[in-house]
Ligand binder design. Structure first.
Ligand code: ZN
Length: 185
């Protein structure tokens, strides 16, 4: 079956504020969902996408930090039930998010992390990352905790984005804010 392009949830959608619970790696619904998650990340030209950004409650995200490069070929890394074990150093990185179209801000992150996760085959992997990959993992991990990157910026930076953020929130209907029909869509 061909993977499906899932509708992206925008800032103002309650599911982006939901802390996702650990899931069973071998749940057939999760296994069926993963290809759609990966497909949607590439279709939306993201370097990462978390389950709640497309309306799912599985504790999983996909990343492909190299996708930002011109010559990149797809290399998705799916992380199920990830845990960030340690954070070291500091870096300020300009971030954006598929769920916050047109909004960018510098976010303070750790420069090196160690973390563990289950891959879709059920192997528990322990790895380290630094630089951009570490930042992408921290950004996506935040989504699983119900946090978006604008929660981590200073008051002044947030004031500058206030109008755009309010415009996004104003689109929400009964706590649901789907990208379809958005000008950038
Ligand atoms: Zn994001």
């Amino acid at each position: 079956m061909n993977p499906v392009l899932l509708p992206v949830r925008l800032y103002g959608d309650e599911i982006l504020r939901t802390k996702l619970k650990e899931c069973d790696v071998f749940d057939p619904a999760l296994q069926a969902f993963i290809p759609d998650l990966v497909h949607t990340m590439y279709e939306r030209d993201g370097v990462g996408l978390a389950a709640n950004q497309v309306g799912s409650h599985f504790r999983v995200f996909v990343i492909d930090p190299a996708w930002a490069r011109e010559d990149a070929s797809p290399n998705p890394i799916v992380m199920i039930n990830p845990i960030i074990e340690s954070r070291e150093g500091e870096v300020d990185n300009e971030e954006g998010c598929i769920s916050l179209p047109g909004i960018f801000a510098y976010v303070h992150r750790a420069v090196r992390i160690s973390y563990s996760y289950s891959d879709p085959q059920g192997n528990r992997l322990h790895e380290t990352a630094e630089g951009f990959k570490a930042v992408v993992i921290q950004h996506e991990y935040d989504h699983l905790e119900g946090i978006v990157f604008t929660d981590r910026i200073g008051i002044l930076a947030k004031l500058k984005l206030k109008r755009k953020l309010n415009e996004l929130v104003a689109r929400a209907v009964n706590g649901v804010n789907i990208m379809e029909g958005f000008p950038d869509d």
